[in-house]
Design a binder for this molecule. Structure first.
Ligand code: PAN
Ligand code: ZN
Length: 176
């Protein structure tokens, strides 16, 4: 089998905009795309997050997420969240900028969260749905690395949501 020759590259907290320029896919998620996810109705035109995706290296994909700061009511901006279609596909998140929280949940309803600051690597095992939340006041930027066969299954989360939510209480993020 012939394998396309690739040129090595690095992604840093400073140069990630260069990686965005190399991406073949760019998705913008606005409030109207996230109706039903937050407890309150989001402003339909507000940009909540952007994802830049590229065929990474070998059999992996790379995706950079930029989650905008802000809240819908008292709930911090977050991604939709999903399971992988492939039950054997895990994922690595690498936080580059800002303050985030990753919420995870398995199909039996066990939940877990980790805080993400620049330099944190989060290991998402196979079978755990995952969602990221911007718990800070600036953009939260993170790089995701996952097998190119993973696939995204949004249906279960869209229907039932996550057990845990990140809400503002006494001026600070609280996981409820
Ligand atoms: C990430 C996510 C990205 C956006 O690249 O896809 O943060 O979140 P949603 O896909 O839940 O909208 C990832 O986990 N990829 O597998
Ligand atoms: Zn994923």
């Amino acid at each position: 089998m012939s394998v396309k020759k690739e040129w090595p590259f690095g992604i840093t907290p400073e140069n990630y905009p260069e990686f965005m320029g190399k991406c073949s896919e760019h998705t913008t998620r606005k409030g109207k795309d996230l109706e039903g996810y937050f407890l309150e109705k989001p402003d339909p035109d507000r940009v909540i997050y952007e994802v830049y995706e590229a065929q990474g290296t070998g059999r992996m994909r790379l995706a950079l997420t930029i989650l905008k700061p802000g809240k819908v009511g008292t709930e911090y901006h977050m991604t939709k969240g999903h399971f992988h279609e492939d039950p054997e596909a895990g994922e690595i998140y690498f936080a580059l900028k800002g303050q985030g929280i990753i919420i995870m949940q398995d199909r039996e309803g066990q939940a877990c969260d980790l805080s993400l600051r620049p330099g944190t690597v989060a290991c998402i095992p196979p079978g755990w749905a995952h969602r990221t939340v911007n718990a800070g006041k600036e953009d939260f930027v993170m790089l995701a690395i996952y097998p190119d066969t993973a696939g995204h299954d949004y249906a279960a989360i869209e229907k039932k949501g996550f057990i845990r939510r990140v809400m503002e209480k006494d001026g600070k993020p609280q996981i409820m």
